[in-house]
Design a protein around this ligand. Structure first.
Ligand code: OGA
Ligand code: NI
Length: 348
């Protein structure tokens, strides 16, 4: 298979030829004078105790209402008490850093091939006039196990494969519990969303590396987008900020909460919840001095499943907002390429 010939950001920096034009955002209209890395306020999202969410106690009910309030306004929560130890999360951060610090030839062993999303490489280039994101990534389908393609799984660092396997299994439990909690917080039967998610659901994990950038005022780590997943589990860098969410036309930065998993709603939960839970637009800004890493896992409903608003959330007072979609992620890339929000295609 042919490998893409574009340089990764790390290779661009190593070449020492300055910052290629292709990464620069040219200001349009109103934000002419606004640098991309201007100061923004911090978002006010709650830390949610996953254990409590599943309890039927008074405190559990309170936690569910906190979840409801955060997901219907921001579409984002910080999840605590998720059952994954701090030491284990640290190991994932450490292995991610070690992977990106390897020589290019070693990383290239897992290189993405043309026409595939999986593997190590730069931002996917979908069109000639696309402004490129200042990001290198390693993208791997981790679940179900029979869909794994080990050629994209690094052999070095030595513990990478086994740790990613273990992380996948641990996340599975978090995902199942989070689906149940979301359904309960909307007054639905606890398996309503899990049934739509299906037995053939997949998990994709994306290891992101944002090298220091000479022009954080004009370059983005990730352009504004909403995720095409059901929802996304994110381990943001523990020291370096960068992730921002859009609410009512303004950007807010995500706080750094040690040991929490940040979960954001994706388009498919927005559809399943009939628009009550919001799939937020977010972006990553770059940093002049420091590199930033993050690890995102996308939970993607099975391709055999029809995704539509849950019956219990459609009424005369709240008419159905979205069509039934299937294989949403495929539709997603078509729209993304045109710079449109894919969820528009699902609106009735
Ligand atoms: C993504 C994403 C945020 C981050 O990978 O979809 O939004 O902090 N990542 O890297
Ligand atoms: Ni995202």
């Amino acid at each position: 298979m042919e490998k893409p010939k574009f340089k990764t950001v790390q290779e661009v920096i190593a070449a020492g030829e300055g910052l290629p034009e292709r990464y620069l955002h040219t200001p349009t209209g109103d934000d002419e004078s606004q640098p991309l890395n201007g100061l923004v306020p911090e978002m006010d999202i709650p830390a949610i105790d996953l254990g409590l969410l599943l309890s039927s106690s008074e405190n559990g009910r309170e936690e569910l209402s906190k979840l409801h309030s955060a997901l219907s306004t921001w579409g984002v929560v910080q999840v605590m008490n998720h059952g994954i130890t701090e030491a284990f999360l640290d190991k994932i951060y450490e292995l991610t850093k070690q992977f990106f610090a390897l020589p290019t030839e070693e990383k290239q062993k897992c290189a993405r091939e043309i026409g595939s999303v999986q593997g190590y490489g730069n931002d996917m280039i979908l069109s000639d006039d696309q402004v490129l994101d200042w990001i290198d990534r390693l993208y791997i389908t981790t679940y179900p196990e029979d869909q794994r393609n080990l050629k994209f799984w690094p052999e070095i660092p030595i513990e990478f494969r086994e740790t990613l396997h273990e992380y996948t299994m641990k996340q599975q439990l978090v995902i199942e519990n989070f689906f149940k909690a979301m359904a309960r917080s909307l007054g639905l039967e606890e398996n309503s969303f899990l049934e739509m998610y299906g037995e053939n659901a997949t998990m994709d994990t994306r290891f992101n590396m944002y090298p220091p950038c000479p022009r954080p005022d004009k370059v983005l780590g990730v352009k504004p987008h909403a995720d095409g997943s059901a929802f996304t589990l994110l381990l943001p860098d523990k020291d370096v900020e960068g992730l921002q969410f859009l609410k009512d036309g303004k950007w807010y930065k995500a706080p750094i909460v040690p040991d929490a998993i940040l979960i954001n709603v994706g388009d498919q939960i927005e559809i399943m919840s009939n628009g009550i839970y919001k799939s937020p637009v977010h972006r990553v800004v770059t940093n002049r001095e420091k590199e930033r890493i993050s690890v995102a896992t996308f939970c993607i409903p099975g391709g055999d499943k029809e995704i539509k608003p849950a019956d219990g959330l459609v009424s005369e007072a709240r008419p159905r907002l979205y069509k039934t979609v299937k294989k949403y992620v495929e539709l997603y890339f078509d729209y993304y390429q045109q710079g449109r929000r894919p969820i528009e295609a699902a609106l009735i």
